[in-house]
Design a protein around this ligand. Structure first.
Ligand SMILES: CCCCCCCCCCCCCCCCC(=O)SCCNC(=O)CCNC(=O)[C@H](O)C(C)(C)COP(=O)(O)OP(=O)(O)OC[C@H]1O[C@@H](n2cnc3c(N)ncnc32)[C@H](O)[C@@H]1OP(=O)(O)O
Ligand SMILES: Nc1ncnc2c1ncn2[C@@H]1O[C@H](COP(=O)(O)OP(=O)(O)OP(=O)(O)O)[C@@H](O)[C@H]1O
Ligand SMILES: O=C(O)CCC(=O)C(=O)O
Ligand SMILES: [Fe+2]
Ligand SMILES: [Mg+2]
Length: 333
């Protein structure tokens, strides 16, 4: 039996007796201890996830659910995205991002230049995604019943312009978040079309959610890097990586410490995904002064000042202003 299968068996046994602490004989390190405790730390006890799904997330830090969002809903998001690109609607707080190669070009920007929408919480059409009951049902397994939608994105990864800037360096999303605990935060990321290695699918390092928040920096890439695309400074390139090939509507839920990124888009199409980072409303803000997150705090404050004249805004408040309750009560953040 594989290690994962053994662990699954132990968890299944445990779930039949949920009031007992999970204690299992250790087979891998008998010299250290003959017993090890395996509490389920990353998922909550409700009836949605199967024991197999729970243990998979506990071990790997992500969970892929096939066919969770309908083609009709995805069509609605796509239509709204195109209206925004054509500037037919104006959404307060929405950030329309262009690739660094286009943003820094001296020529008139290409029509098809949008590589990401960020902060669509004021767009009712797109924000529907964050309230989809079938998504929230899963989110609750990680956050609990009081759920905030903290960060929203529609990613339109462009055909690479030849400088590999369409890549997203390997990173942990927690780097951007001044709230905790990390285990009560989860990202839902839905493929809006078939996403595969050639158009730049998500790449994850399974199990890295069990580590700590790493130091992030701009990667040293010759062709340039997009603003705020920080990467884990010294991640181990030998760790096993998994390419998440997904069909339209498939949704992956992942932990904010999971190291992930995405490759360059080698096709001529714009690769689309829609995502939301959720957190328990019971989370609390932390002060990132003196931590590895100080640099991103400064960058976000600079953008808030430049774009919205919010001078001296606290990092925490940039999140509190954007967060929206999607289920339960807004108890803390
Ligand atoms: C209520 C207050 C809100 C404050 C909001 C601040 C935004 C906060 C974002 C936080 C991200 C959290 C993410 C958490 C989840 C994990 C991840 O998503 S990891 C990746 C995260 N990063 C991003 O997604 C960054 C996305 N980029 C953008 O949102 C935008 O590109 C931008 C950096 C905000 C710039 O947009 P905008 O200000 O509208 O751009 P312009 O006005 O056109 O240009 C200003 C300036 O910036 C240069 N520039 C533009 N685009 C890029 C680019 N892609 N790369 C590098 N530089 C760029 C542009 O040339 C201008 O520079 P100049 O020197 O002034 O000419
Ligand atoms: N400003 C933009 N930035 C980035 N992508 C865009 C923009 N406008 C449209 N797109 C995307 O580009 C792709 C093609 O867009 P568009 O509808 O303009 O062209 P088309 O369908 O190939 O041609 P046509 O509409 O003339 O038949 C779609 O995936 C669309 O979502
Ligand atoms: O390429 C993608 O769609 C993933 C981007 C990502 O991980 C992020 O924006 O945090
Ligand atoms: Fe990310
Ligand atoms: Mg068209």
């Amino acid at each position: 039996m594989s290690r994962a299968a053994k662990r699954l068996k132990m968890v299944l046994n445990h779930l039949d007796h949920p009031s007992t602490t999970l204690i299992a004989s250790s087979t891998s390190a008998p010299s250290v201890s003959s017993h090890c405790t395996l509490p389920l730390r990353y998922t909550l006890d409700n009836s949605i996830l199967t024991p197999g799904q729970r243990i998979f997330y506990e071990e790997n830090g992500f969970l892929l659910i096939k066919n969770l969002v309908s083609a009709e809903d995805i069509e609605k998001f796509r239509t709204e995205f195109e209206r925004i690109c054509r500037r037919e609607v104006h959404i307060p707080g929405l950030i329309i991002m262009r690739d660094v190669v286009i943003a820094k070009s001296e020529f008139v920007p290409d029509q098809k230049a949008v590589s990401k929408l960020q902060d669509f919480q004021e767009d009712p059409e797109l924000f529907c995604y964050c309230s989809l009951p079938q998504i929230l049902k899963y989110v609750e397994c990680f956050t609990g019943p009081n759920i905030m939608a903290m960060h929203t994105m529609l990613i339109n990864k462009p055909p690479d312009a030849g400088k590999k800037t369409s890549r997203h360096p390997m990173h942990q999303d927690l780097h951007y978040f001044p709230f905790r605990p990390a285990d009560r935060i989860v990202c839902a990321w839905t493929a809006m079309e078939h996403i595969h290695q050639r158009n730049g699918c998500l790449v994850v390092l399974p199990g890295t959610h069990r580590g700590t928040l790493k130091e992030h920096d701009y990667p040293e890439w010759e062709g340039g890097v997009n603003k705020m695309y920080h990467g884990v400074r010294d991640y181990n390139p030998d760790l096993p990586r998994v390419h998440l090939e997904m069909e339209k509507g498939d949704t992956v839920f992942f932990h904010p410490l999971l190291i992930h990124g995405s490759g360059m888009n080698q096709t001529q199409g714009f690769r689309k995904a829609i995502s939301c980072h959720y957190a328990s409303a019971d989370c609390y803000y932390i002060d990132v002064k003196g931590t590895t997150q100080e640099k991103i705090e400064k960058e976000v404050q600079e953008i808030a000042a430049r774009k919205y004249s919010l001078d001296n805004i606290k990092f925490q408040d940039t999140w509190a202003l954007r967060g929206r309750l999607v289920q339960g009560e807004r108890t803390s953040i």
